[in-house]
Write a protein that binds this ligand. Sequence first.
Ligand code: GDP
Ligand code: MN
Length: 380
Amino acid sequence: MDLYEYQGKELFRPFGIPTSEGRPATTPAEARAAAEELGGQVVVKAQVLTGGRGKAGGIKLADDPADAERKAEEILGLDIRGHVVRQLWIERASEIAKEYYLSVTFDRGAKQALFMLTTEGGVEIEEVAEKTPDALARLHVDPLEGYQPYQARRLIYGAGIDDPGEQKQLLDIIGKLYRCFVESDALLCEINPLIVTPEGEVRALDSKFTVDDNALFKHPDVAEMRDLEAYPPEERAAREKGVTYVKLDGDVGILGNGAGLVMSTLDVIALVGGRPANFCDLGGGGDAQGVVDALEVITADPQVKSILFNIFAGITRCDVVAQGILQALSQIEISHPIVVRFDGTNAEEGRAILAEAAPPNLHTEATMLDAARRAVELAA
Ligand code: GDP
Ligand code: MN
């Protein structure tokens, strides 16, 4: 789960990572009131789940409350890489002498946390990694050994930061960021830029924070932060119905039982020259309500032209799934052609049930490859 900048900073603060004081706002009037409370120059920041807001005009300095209100008006409603701005963060403006970059992420390959630090902050880190890879210091932290301050010193020297005052503050921030990362079950904590003020104070000016979805049950306060309106309508509906669904951009709707099977179904669709419209996992069941919910979510996507049901039954029985499909089709109106592939327990019985009922838009195939070909043909 990705967090907004201001939410990430909210998680930074209890760990003692220095940030600027700010207030959330959703209207120009609120932005004005926030600027009045903060006093002095403020920065009006679009809150969207994407980076590069600065370049897109989503970050603006304001000299006084009236100016903050005007800037808020300009930024609200702006489309930043497909994300419409509905929320703002009004923050006391900082003076910037230097912009650094600091992050800790989970390196799956190494099975360890990975810190990255560079003095070339403010720009996208991918750009730094490509153009000046030597400027990027990296450091793995062994989860068993835990974080040790000497490691942070190595990271700081590696990045070529030689000011003693900065070194001391960075050492402190890196230790705190590691605790924040581990205790929040984060997958990414990124600070870009981590600024140095003209007075030499080091502070987080931005945050990019991703929490592991699988750990959200341990962090109800973080789970609460999810902004459902920021998701595509199909994904929102899926979440409400408890359907495991990810929208993709093709035209063949996919439904299967088991994440692995669905993943391979996406591959087979691509293999036969088609493009999947989604990932959707029915889970172990195949009861009518589960099928209705999944079909409602899949067909809400106007790009879907055909639907492929791929069922490999182990504990699940194909005859039960067939009943579920027929019941679902009697409950909701679906004009899309549907291709069904059954394999495993009671596959023949399942196909026989569908053949007997013979709904006009339903096609059965015996193998995954044939079913995929058929679904792609029917989508054309
Ligand atoms: P991003 O573009 O989405 O990564 O948003 P950031 O929060 O990183 O802001 C982008 C840029 O805006 C920063 O790199 C700064 O140069 C500038 N900026 C943000 N906040 C302030 C501030 O308080 N004062 C000044 N002078 N510049 C700021
Ligand atoms: Mn940034």
